[in-house]
Design a protein around this ligand. Structure first.
Ligand code: HEC
Length: 450
């Protein structure tokens, strides 16, 4: 967020210089906004870069785009926009990354003086990519309007909501309708089923957290249990980042939700670009009956239990520290995936990698009995603000005898410390925890029965 402000300031100077240049209005207009660039921007950028959107400026018009032409060229050439953090050999659903040809078109446009062209003859729009949910059956709102508490920066807030259905249902899709779009940065929903081991205690602990704090909800950074480090039998049912409207879960799969469940809505607000205002975001679910589900599924977290103690030490000042967990996850998952049957193996449809702000790269992969490595998701340049589910175009089958790994690398040098209201933090030995100065390393896989 801070770097984008700096570059905008630099850009003001560049734009001022450009105004003085004369442009050649010859017969061939060359690369122009309406014919060449607008179709790319409308297909890949304006879902975020619109007025009142999450991104810092509006790219829906020539007037909005022209002054930032040079910056658009820079971020597309560097491939930092549109945001996409999965690398590696796999193909994912809804990848918005630009092609080399599209990047070259934008560069040629910026080089040619960012010409407007003829508005009456716009180019063929790109087909938008991205995931959407096909039907909404239940919508749950943040229970009362909530206004983020800081004038700038991040506020993480969790809200405990009752699940309204009276019969057993399977969640087969998830979407979010952000209310105050300028400040809603990302959203996750978690499920606590009454029949999970330890559920009664966890439910009352979360209700206590909620009751203890003034205002709606309770503060929570790393997960739904706040800073309390409760190990609750709670599983993720969906997550959302800007630009990713929602998704249907892979056909035939779904997550079982018994009546009497609770949902935790975890909101991440950021008010660097806007004045904090009330928000009452909705999370939406597509539901199906048990008879419609052939492969019960779950979000299954993979991590090392010893990390919850002191085994995930990230020493103060070290530039590169890696921890890895490898093994067969199936017995560990008993507490997380309910009655999803994985005795003979399971399907993996995708994953979300989670660390905090010291994280630089993360990866989750399967190693076959013969040593072959199959990447599920790899993030070569991890960014805490852009954590999302990467859904594979083709699922990967885990067979008994395979191992599943999650590997995280952190940078705990002085330059990479989090900047808070009190300035840049000093490096300290960091261990596992939910707090913003603690770390995590989790691969959250969406899996199903075979
Ligand atoms: C998923 C939402 C999203 C999409 C899609 C997106 N952006 Fe962005 N963009 C952002 C956000 C948010 C920021 C603010 C900085 C940040 O958080 O990374 C940003 C920042 C920028 C910046 C300023 C960078 C800086 O260094 O100051 C430019 C330029 C930009 N985007 C251009 C684009 C272009 C061009 C596209 C399409 C090819 C695009 N963006 C697609 C969300 C998006």
């Amino acid at each position: 967020m801070r770097t984008s402000r700096t570059s905008l300031a630099v850009l003001g100077v560049t734009a001022a210089l450009l105004v003085g240049c004369s442009t050649d209005e010859g017969a061939d207009p060359g690369v122009t906004w309406h014919q060449d660039v607008r179709p790319i921007i409308e297909g890949r950028c304006v879902n975020c870069h619109t007025s009142g959107g999450i991104a810092p400026f509006d790219l829906t018009s020539y007037a909005g785009a022209k002054p930032v032409a040079e910056l658009i060229r820079k971020v597309t050439e560097e491939r930092t926009m549109p945001p996409w953090h999965a690398g590696g050999e796999q193909v994912y659903v809804g990848n918005p990354s630009l092609t080399d040809a599209q990047i070259a078109t934008i560069a040629a446009w910026a080089d040619g003086g960012a010409k407007e062209g003829d508005a009456s003859k716009p180019g063929e729009p790109l087909t938008a990519v991205g995931l959407t949910m096909s039907r909404s059956d239940v919508a749950l709102k943040v229970p009362e309007p909530y206004t983020p508490q800081y004038q700038t920066g991040d506020d993480y807030r969790c809200f405990l909501v009752d699940w309204p259905e009276k019969e057993e249902r399977f969640v087969t899709g998830f979407a979010v309708e952000p209310d105050n779009k300028g400040e809603v940065h990302h959203v996750a929903a978690f499920l606590l089923a009454p029949d999970a081991i330890g559920a009664a205690g966890a439910m009352s602990s979360l209700a206590e957290l909620d009751a203890k704090e003034a205002g709606p909800g309770y503060a929570c950074y790393g997960g739904p249990s706040g800073a309390a480090d409760l190990v609750v039998p709670i599983q993720q049912v969906g997550q959302w980042v800007p630009g990713q409207e929602g998704m249907d879960f892979p056909a035939g799969t779904g997550i079982r939700v018994p009546p009497g469940s609770k949902v935790v809505i975890q909101m991440h607000y950021n008010t660097d670009f806007v004045t904090p205002g009330p928000d009452q975001t909705q999370v939406k679910f597509k539901l199906d009956k048990p008879a419609d589900i052939s492969k019960p599924g779950a979000f299954a977290p993979w991590l090392k239990v010893a990390w919850l103690g002191d085994a995930m030490k990230i020493p103060a000042g070290e530039k590169s520290v890696t921890h890895e967990q490898s093994g067969d996850p199936r017995s560990f998952w008993k507490n997380f995936i309910g009655d999803v049957k994985v005795e003979n193996g399971f399907w993996v449809y995708g994953a979300l990698l989670h660390m905090h702000t010291l994280g630089v790269t993360a990866e989750t992969f399967i190693t076959r009995k013969d040593g072959t490595k199959v990447t599920i998701v790899r993030t070569p340049a991890y960014d805490f603000d852009w954590q999302r589910m990467y859904l594979l175009a083709e699922p990967i089958r885990f067979e008994p005898g395979d191992t599943l790994s999650v590997r995280c690398t952190w940078d705990n040098s002085p330059e990479n410390q989090i900047v808070t209201k009190d300035g840049r933090a000093a490096p300290a030995d960091v261990f596992w925890g939910e707090g913003s100065l603690e770390e995590m390393c989790v691969a959250n896989l969406y899996i199903s029965e075979l």
